[in-house]
Design a protein around this ligand. Sequence first.
Ligand code: PLP
Length: 236
Amino acid sequence: MANTIAQNIADVEQRIGRACQEAGRAREEVTLIAVSKTKPVSCLEEAYACGCRDFGENKVQELTEKYEILPKDIRWHMIGHLQRNKVKYLIGKVFLIHSVDSLRLAEEISKESAKKNVTTSILVEVNVAGEESKFGIRTKEEALALVEGIASLPCIRIEGLMTIAPYVENPEENRRYFQMLKQLSVDIMHKNIDNVCMDVLSMGMTGDYEVAVSEGAVYVRVGTGIFGERDYTVSV
Ligand SMILES: *Cc1c(COP(=O)(O)O)cnc(C)c1O
């Protein structure tokens, strides 16, 4: 029989704790995001009962539907590719948008946030491995230019960087990508751009979150490791 969500969370928690300890980091420096895309509300409630308050979704409609139903102390993370015409539905509900990869998208977030009189926190998504199939900024120069562009917009705050590392058998293969993201955040920080904070690194998924923690992840995004395999054939 498959493990329960509670057992999975206990296991992930233990591994994060161990990775923090080995890296000389405090456990509080790392936040576990339960990636609940495609999963029914009952699964999120189970995770919530175990203490999870950070949930990650990759579709706007699914996030907002679950937002309406579930307790209001949940911090919702938008981790998927975001279309500009959907931004308005997210603003005021989302805690952090991890997937900003263009100035036009940032401008839309800024505009909609101003309308609702809120400031929206975002991360810039960087495709450090340069994979063709993935979204995100490819080069350091592009990342810097985007950060500088976003910094001048009102009602949007850059907190750091996010990356989706390649799918690999051996998580050690992704260590260099996590190091590259960290280095890029340090380089950007040293530019001392007004209104730019580089405290957050969102990196590490089910297959490689322990390596990501050892390289400085602030958010790890774990789906399969908590909820089990996703079934894309059923609609939620
Ligand atoms: C689905 C997804 C995850 C979680 O992936 P798992 O391998 O199931 O842990 C993390 N980050 C992003 C951006 C995702 O889309």
